[in-house]
Design a protein around this ligand. Structure first.
Ligand code: GLC
Length: 573
């Protein structure tokens, strides 16, 4: 996998007397006014929302050309609403040569004809908002396509109006790039352009030149893009590859580490072209614009630790509301200890947590955790985990039906360029981007034409239509947990309290809100478990099942879990 995807008083003198008076006043008010139920308390909408990532090429194809589109998404809004989704994040659907399947944008203020028109977008937005579903767009902020008019002008001459909108430098010596920086997609990060005899910088593919965020004109133009979409009803953005916005202006070489990557390149520490502090100035300003529209900013932020994550929330919570920490995506085994550690870390962060277990760049959770025998049970286990934690979950399409990663088996079938370049070590990301499995008809009901990527054979056993009818399916389980999550105050707002922290097999915790609490017990092992909890120390005596899988049950303060079983129960006094 590419490194990008592997990898984070002013003192005021107040007299004691005044403080005491204020405290008394506060006590008097709070004794008289009963605390409102959580659901009635003012919360930014995105804290209680469930987000769902849609890869538009692969979701639903309304015009039967083998590629999904906006009208296809609109036709599935009722499904999403019924599932319990409150916001959809659509990965880039703007005009693009599609070298990186939309992450190479050639016009930020339009829709690619393969996905529809601006009128289709407006229709989708209207239909979504009628159902209370927010739309989040993907803002490719670090780079444009090399076909964007800004870049075409930039490369046309050294004195063009847009020359300084990108990063152009002379080579170190004839035939040598300006420094040793490598593209995360393989090879040098510098591309020589014979016309003007300079190199331009690209963190990703050469067709994705990096914008020069030190140029105020770039900032103005890109900020205007967000305004354009806010005015069209968009509720926020997922900011693509946001840690790569800035580079060291002195172009110091990156330190080289031992070993080679999947492309045969040396491994580098991205010390001088990743996570530079200047990114936070941009994010603070971008947030000011977002706040004018009550919008949410989600970050693709690859942080290595909580200190880095906190920086993305901002010192005054004035940057990203939902920086994705990706910590779960880096846990590849069912280890209660590992999850406990990650959850505790995220809960100690300075902002509201976000939980992600799959996306369009990484192997699906179904395969990362599945043991090949109990995969459906494990898919439910993972849902039982990330949908019951304190924070905002971001689902990935198909996760709710147990979709499997299905990578190409032959190099000639690979669509994602990194898969062709890195084959066979790096097979690319096609496997996690296959068409959504709607039913067991031809092409899984995704399209009547041959889909752009093959439909995995599992569509016969894992598809929406069949799973909706089966009360024990992965989909039915997701629906139950999401419904509970939307109505249960403890799950929405309760504190996270870890239980039995030395248990090697069962991950368990309370979500506790005022006098209510929900117990979640997740058996991460392939053998049945019987677990006893000290509920009395939390003021409760027993648990009553709300949702459980198979034969998992509770008796008093003891929960019996089947292999990979889930128990979610309400605690009673
Ligand atoms: C982000 C996207 C990924 C894309 C890259 C370049 O990491 O998630 O799909 O290839 O940025 O835009």
């Amino acid at each position: 996998m590419p490194t990008h995807f592997i990898r984070v008083t002013h003192a005021r003198r107040v007299s004691l007397c005044a403080v005491a008076v204020l405290c008394l006043l506060w006590l008097a008010i709070s004794c008289q006014t009963p605390t409102k139920p959580a659901a009635e308390q003012p919360h930014p909408w995105w804290q209680h929302a469930v987000f769902y990532e849609i890869y538009p090429r692969s979701f639903a194809d309304s015009n039967n050309n083998g590629i999904g589109d906006l009208n296809g998404i609109a036709s599935k809004l009722d499904y999403l609403k019924d599932l319990g989704v409150d916001a959809i994040w659509i990965t880039p659907c703007f005009p693009s040569p599609q070298v990186d399947f939309g992450y190479d944008v050639s016009d930020y203020e339009n829709i690619d004809p393969m996905y529809g028109t601006l009128a289709d977008f407006d229709h989708l937005e209207k239909e979504a908002s009628q159902r209370g579903i927010h739309i989040i767009l993907d803002f490719v902020i670090n780079h444009t396509s090399d076909q964007h008019p800004w870049f075409l002008d930039s490369r046309s001459s050294r004195t063009s109006a847009h020359r300084d909108w990108y990063i152009w430098r002379d080579g170190k010596a004839p035939g040598q790039p300006p420094n040793n920086w490598l593209s995360t997609f393989g090879g040098s990060a510098w591309q020589y352009d014979p016309k003007t005899k300079q190199y331009y910088y690209h963190y990703f593919y050469p067709q994705q030149p990096d914008l020069n965020w030190r140029n105020p004109a770039v900032k103005d133009a890109m900020f205007d893009v967000t305004r354009f979409w806010y005015k069209r009803g968009v509720s926020g953005f997922r900011l693509d590859a946001v840690d790569t916005l800035f580079e060291d202006p002195n172009l110091h070489d990156n330190p080289v580490l031992p070993g080679k990557d999947a492309y045969g390149d040396p491994i580098e520490e991205n010390k001088y072209n990743d996570n530079l502090p200047e990114v936070h100035d941009v994010l603070r300003d971008l947030r000011k614009v977002a706040d004018q529209y009550s919008a949410v900013l989600i970050g693709e932020t690859w942080t290595d630790n909580i200190a880095e994550l906190n920086r993305y929330y901002g010192d005054h919570n004035d940057e990203l509301q939902l920086p994705m920490d990706f910590l779960f995506t880096m846990v590849n085994k069912l280890s209660p200890a590992e999850f406990r550690k990650r959850i505790a870390e995220v809960n100690s962060a300075s902002g509201w947590p976000t939980f992600v277990i799959s996306n369009h760049d990484i192997v699906r959770s179904y395969d990362r955790y599945g043991d090949g025998v109990h995969n459906d049970q494990i898919a439910k286990l993972m849902a039982g985990l990330y949908l019951t934690l304190r924070g905002t979950p971001i689902m990935y399409y198909g996760e709710e039906i147990g979709m499997k990663t299905t990578p190409p088996t032959r190099r000639e079938d690979v669509k994602d360029p990194i898969g062709r370049r890195g084959w066979p070590k790096e097979k690319g990301r096609d496997g996690e981007r296959t068409p959504m499995q709607w039913d067991d008809s031809v092409n899984a009901g995704f399209s009547q034409a041959k889909p752009w990527l093959p439909v995995p054979p599992t569509y016969k056993t894992h598809n929406v239509a069949d799973e909706l009818k089966d009360p024990s399916s992965v989909l039915s389980f997701y629906k139950k947990v999401l419904a509970l999550r939307h109505s249960n105050e403890a799950l929405l707002d309760g504190d996270y309290i870890p239980l039995n922290e030395n248990d090697q097999n069962v991950l368990s915790y309370l979500r506790s809100y005022e006098s209510e609490a929900v117990l979640i017990a997740l058996n991460m092992s392939g053998t049945g478990q019987k677990t006893t909890f000290d509920l009395s120390s939390h003021g409760f005596s027993s648990a009553r099942a709300l949702i459980e899988t198979g034969n998992s049950t509770a008796n008093g303060n003891t929960v019996t879990l089947e292999p990979y079983g889930v128990f979610i129960g309400e605690l009673t006094k």
